[in-house]
Design a protein around this ligand. Structure first.
Ligand SMILES: C[S@@+](CC[C@H](N)C(=O)[O-])C[C@H]1O[C@@H](n2cnc3c(N)ncnc32)[C@H](O)[C@@H]1O
Length: 474
């Protein structure tokens, strides 16, 4: 009896207008990263999430363009009516799909094919989609980056820019896997659009980022899921700290022992702690005095660890504004071996609907960094924010040794149901400021409980994957 009640509780939730899933399955799907099992399961998850089995007593009609699995099997498994199309079949028909998938994985043998697709086919596909998918319903692209010997093309980025002309970009979910065809870690993106016109987004230029692979071919992981470590008490005062284990990994890849590491917005000094643990020296700037004090306390405590008694490595944190060029006078030109940092994710911490902040509010913990007018997390306009942030990295550039690396940890963000490509917009701006983008590692955060925002009504995922963007001073 107890078991049945427990099960009922698990399956209960608000009335569900989008699909037939129990509350617990909805919540599982909200997580913005998942492990890839096989194509059939992937299609099943997406189709059963974005449609009901029947609407008005008819089986929901779903379209898949360039499918990679058996149609009959999928129809039986999902209990939906599914039609399959290739790009050359799509001009004529006029239908009412409840959901549509375009599977672009493994589609392009070389970048010429991809460019041809973007220039000549994608527009036709989008026009077909917005005319045939019912208004207010969703459609998803499955797409992977194209990686050649010399270049990397983050295709999901290009697609997202392109698609915003037609519909509202609502979500990006990542699938990861350990090993595919003996080639090591693998990941791809599922980019979902809502078939409504997005009036608030200005027209985007077609943007195809191409990024040259490093000549040294430094190998960094495609994705990492660090083991969650409980946050120390004092550090809880800071709303968004990153784990030392991740920084340690990057330090080992991109910097030498006893090298000098810089973090222009170091918060509670996690970079400093990771540097001490991996025998590096570090310098950090932080605008807010209270975080500087926390960082200093943490450094002092860390130095008391027996393993660090003999350490001669320095760890300094200065209460300085990273946007002010004068702050950088204290660092010698070309003295920094590596920079690793994470900026405020625009002003999202100030967003009232931010589910992540509810728990903090309840516990009387700060939900945003500060009231300081120089705090980048207080800039209201998105473009202003990107430009100011890039100014910080431009000021950092002369301090870096030639050809050394910088890693910026950020997330694409969802605000008022619109996806902002923060990570990707930073890449575009960095390339204008003398940095070469060298690819990214996905940090999949597995220690966050899913929040039920908009369950039963809308697709809003919990974004728990971050981009660790790797750049090189060029
Ligand atoms: C994402 S947090 C960094 C967290 C840090 N990595 C940690 O683990 O604690 C961003 C930090 O940037 C700081 N910040 C914002 N604007 C700044 C500015 N103009 N100069 C220096 N720091 C700034 C904020 O106070 C915040 O602590």
């Amino acid at each position: 009896m107890k078991k049945i009640l427990k099960q009922e509780k698990k399956n209960s939730g608000p009335p569900n207008r989008m699909n037939d899933l129990p509350y617990s399955d909805w919540m599982k799907f909200r997580k913005s990263f998942d492990f890839f099992e096989d194509d059939g399961s992937l299609y099943f998850k997406y189709i059963t999430f974005f449609t009901k089995r029947t609407e008005k007593n008819r089986r929901s009609l779903v379209c898949i363009i360039y499918p990679k699995c058996d149609l009959n099997e999928l129809e039986n498994r999902t209990e939906r009516k599914i039609v399959i199309k290739d790009a050359d079949q799509i001009q004529l028909s006029r239908t009412h799909y409840k959901y549509l998938i375009v599977d672009l994985r493994n589609r392009f043998k070389n970048i010429r094919e991809y460019n041809y697709f973007i220039k000549h086919e994608l527009d036709i596909i989008f026009k077909y989609i917005i005319n045939n998918v019912e208004d207010g319903k969703y459609f998803t692209f499955f797409i992977e980056d194209y990686i050649s010997n010399t270049h990397m093309y983050p295709l999901s980025w290009a697609l997202s820019y392109f698609g915003r002309k037609y519909a509202r970009l609502t979500d990006e979910k990542i699938y990861i896997s350990d090993e595919v065809n003996g080639e090591g870690q693998y990941s791809f993106s599922c980019v979902t659009f809502h078939n409504i016109k997005d009036e608030r987004i200005p027209d985007y230029e077609l943007f195809i980022p191409s990024t040259k692979a490093s000549s040294e071919k430094i190998k960094f992981p495609r994705w990492i899921i660090p083991k969650p470590v409980p946050r120390e008490k004092g550090v809880l005062l800071h709303p968004a700290k990153f784990p030392e284990t991740i920084i340690g990994k990057f330090l080992n890849i991109f910097s030498p022992e006893d090298g000098i590491i810089f973090d222009p917005m170091c918060g509670t000094g996690s970079t400093q702690i990771a540097c001490l643990r991996t025998k590096r020296n570090s310098i950090g700037f932080e605008l807010e005095e209270q975080y500087v004090n926390i960082a200093k306390q943490r450094i002092a405590l860390e130095r008391m660890q027996p393993s660090l008694f003999e350490s001669g490595n320095s760890a300094s944190v200065f209460n300085l504004n990273a946007v002010d060029s004068k702050s950088y006078n204290r660092i010698k030109n070309k003295s920094i071996d590596y920079c690793i940092t994470s900026p405020p994710y625009w002003d999202v911490l100030r967003s009232k609907g931010s589910e992540y902040q509810r728990g903090r509010r309840k516990n009387n913990l700060p939900t945003y960094y500060s009231e300081n007018e120089n705090d980048l997390g207080n800039i209201k306009d998105y473009s202003d924010f990107i430009l100011k942030l890039a100014d910080v990295y431009e000021l950092t550039r002369p301090k870096l040794k030639d050809l050394s690396y910088m890693t910026i940890i950020v997330k694409n963000i969802l605000k008022n149901r619109i996806q902002y490509n923060l990570a990707w917009d930073i890449v575009v701006e960095m390339e204008k400021r003398g940095y070469q983008f060298d690819g990214y590692t996905l940090w999949c955060q597995d220690d966050i409980s899913m929040k039920p925002f908009a369950v039963g009504i809308l697709w809003v995922s919990n974004t728990v994957h971050h981009y660790c963007l790797n750049f090189r001073k060029s």
